[in-house]
Design a protein around this ligand. Structure first.
Ligand code: F6R
Length: 263
């Protein structure tokens, strides 16, 4: 795992977008793993800008999102399909039929989990999985006690996630209590993972996720098992990290980060 602390949210977002864009330029047919949530909005805005102003080409890429609320159709404005169209897919040249999310209206949740896993496999697996972290340490919607080898399935959401995401619904009580999510095991299968964490409210959970012991109570700690995991945070989210100097040293000295210093 590598941890990169940037002085501002803007520079953490730009660094994340540049890592994705550079990989897409090198491998235009890559399989992107995508996340939703407030943190990601700025990343998608930057990727859309790169498409418009720098010709970043999504035409050969495909994507798999981490999760979707159960019971919401893609045209419901709180669904993650709607979010992805609104924040990214409508603004770049990705083929919509190559963008995948679990089907929130699937009648048979177990079959839907299997279908999604098979689709990821058929696409050759996820090349780069973008992640955010929930206040309870979830990645995707892998709430506390999710098996660290779990696969895509339906999951009950915690009261904490309710508090976090309820305000995004016109009526918070309309937020579904369950969601489909890639499992922790599914996420760990991605060839590379990039976790972006911003803001003061995430500083405690980020410290536990990166520097704490691995536990199914905090799904993000499983990223410590991944051999190509990059955690990018702003100074606020990284405030409690104990080994900041070491992380900063690695970012400054490792050749792979040379081109990313001044973002
Ligand atoms: C959503 C997802 C979640 C969010 C997390 C943080 O697809 O994967 O794990 O990344 O809940 O959400 P925000 O960014 O709204 O704090």
């Amino acid at each position: 795992m590598e941890v990169i602390i940037r002085p501002t949210t803007e520079s953490a977002v730009k660094l994340t977008a540049k890592i994705i864009a550079d990989q897409l330029r090198a491998d235009p047919a890559m399989v992107l793993g995508l996340a939703t949530g407030r943190t990601m909005e700025a990343v998608y805005k930057e990727l859309a800008r790169m498409y418009r102003e720098e010709g970043l080409d999504f035409s050969k890429a495909s994507s798999f999102n981490l999760d979707e609320y159960i019971g919401l159709s893609g045209d419901n404005k709180n669904s993650y399909r709607y979010y992805m169209n609104y924040h990214l897919f409508n603004h770049v040249n990705i083929a919509k039929d190559k963008t995948n999310l679990p089907d929130g209206l699937a009648k048979d949740p177990i079959a839907e989990g299997h279908r999604y896993e098979a689709a990821i496999k058929a696409a050759g697996g996820v090349d780069l999985q973008l992640l955010g972290i929930g206040r309870d340490g979830h990645i995707g919607f892998n709430e506390p006690l999710s098996s660290l080898s779990s696969r895509t399935r339906a999951k009950a959401l915690t009261p904490e996630t309710y508090q976090q995401n309820g305000p995004l619904f016109d009526k918070p009580e309309d937020m579904p209590m369950r969601a489909f999510t890639m499992g922790v095991g599914t996420i760990l299968d991605a060839r590379k993972v990039v976790l972006l964490v911003t803001g003061d409210e995430k500083k405690e959970i980020l410290k536990k996720a990166v520097e704490g012991p691995v536990t199914s109570m905090i799904s993000a700690t499983a990223l410590q098992f991944h051999n190509s995991a990059i955690v990018i945070c702003d100074a606020e989210a990284g405030a409690l990290l104990e080994h900041k100097d070491y992380y900063n040293w690695v970012f400054k000295t490792e050749p792979q980060w040379k081109a990313y210093q001044n973002i």
